[in-house]
Write a protein that binds this ligand. Structure first.
Ligand code: NAD
Length: 259
């Protein structure tokens, strides 16, 4: 897998710390020989992302601020990426947010503002960054986002984030249909639960792990390297016939009915 992505350049959006799924993806893509450009949410994250990226030992570290709630920020970030590296071959969108109070109790209590915010950051942002990345993907390539089973089924406390993931999943299909003619593929990985900063916000998240370890076909939970290696496959030419797809990297948990 060492040279799978040699000579290719990918934008990684959503590293917050070393537990981030985006960081697992970055490590796998780096190990496959890719050059990586990182965007982070704002100054608060700059130092920790900078320190992590240094550990990769890339010749040049590309680090760009991009708050996805702001169209100007997105435009500026992708202009900067164009200036710094020119063509890119893909993008990993690993971004989501909902207010903590919307991730517990009953979905029926979701506020209008909380609903809009969760959808803006967690679903619309994929559309916005795909639009911004398209002109830089002159050789085609692969766009990848992160979703969760809570977009397909009801998962306790996931609430508005589940509804936003359903919108994200549908967006993957519509974007894949639009961008296929430019040889740009769009897919999602539906990851099983992983202990990250974002996951901490979900009420009673820890109790999910026990169920997964007992019931998932592989009898284990997944980690960011499981997701990262699937991302490397999706970014590579090996997955050239796959688009508009949601690939579950969840130790098989999603196939279960009542058991
Ligand atoms: P994380 O907290 O490490 O990453 C979330 C990222 O979103 C952070 O880097 C944060 O800075 C970024 N973000 C939030 N608001 C933003 C904004 N306005 N502009 C730019 N960036 C913003 O957590 P994670 O679990 O690695 O999450 C990555 C993705 O994986 C999310 O889409 C999440 O829903 C998804 N996911 C996570 C799990 C899990 O169990 N952890 C499972 C399935 C899917």
């Amino acid at each position: 897998m060492k040279d799978l992505l040699a000579g290719k350049k990918f934008v990684i959006m959503g590293v917050a710390n070393k537990r981030s799924i985006a960081w697992g993806i970055a490590q796998s893509l780096h190990n496959a020989g890719a050059t990586l450009i990182f965007t982070y949410q704002g100054e608060r994250f700059k130092k920790s992302v900078e320190e992590l990226v240094e550990t990769l030992g890339q010749e040049t570290n590309y680090l760009i601020s991009c708050d996805v709630t702001n169209d100007e920020d997105i435009e500026q970030a992708f202009n900067q990426i164009k200036e710094q590296v020119g063509t890119i071959h893909g993008l990993a969108h690993c971004i989501a947010f909902a207010k903590k109070e919307e991730l517990e109790g009953e979905y029926v209590n979701t506020s209008r503002e909380g609903y809009a915010l969760a959808h803006d950051i967690s679903a619309y942002s994929l559309v916005a960054v795909s639009k911004a990345a398209k002109p830089l993907m002159t050789e085609g390539g692969s766009i990848l986002t992160m979703t969760y089973l809570g977009g397909e089924r009801v998962v306790t406390n996931y609430n508005v984030m589940g509804v936003a993931k359903a919108a994200l999943d549908a967006s993957v299909r519509y974007l894949a249909a639009d961008l296929g003619k430019y040889n740009i593929r769009v897919n999602a990985i539906s990851a099983g639960p992983i202990r990250t900063l974002a996951a901490k916000g979900i009420g009673d998240f820890n109790s999910i792990f026990k169920v997964i370890e007992e019931k998932a076909p592989l009898r284990r939970s997944v980690d960011t390297s499981d997701v990262g290696d699937t991302a490397a496959f999706l970014m590579s030419n090996m997955s050239r016939g796959i688009t508009g797809e949601i690939i579950h990297v969840d130790a098989g948990y999603n196939i279960l009915g009542l058991s």
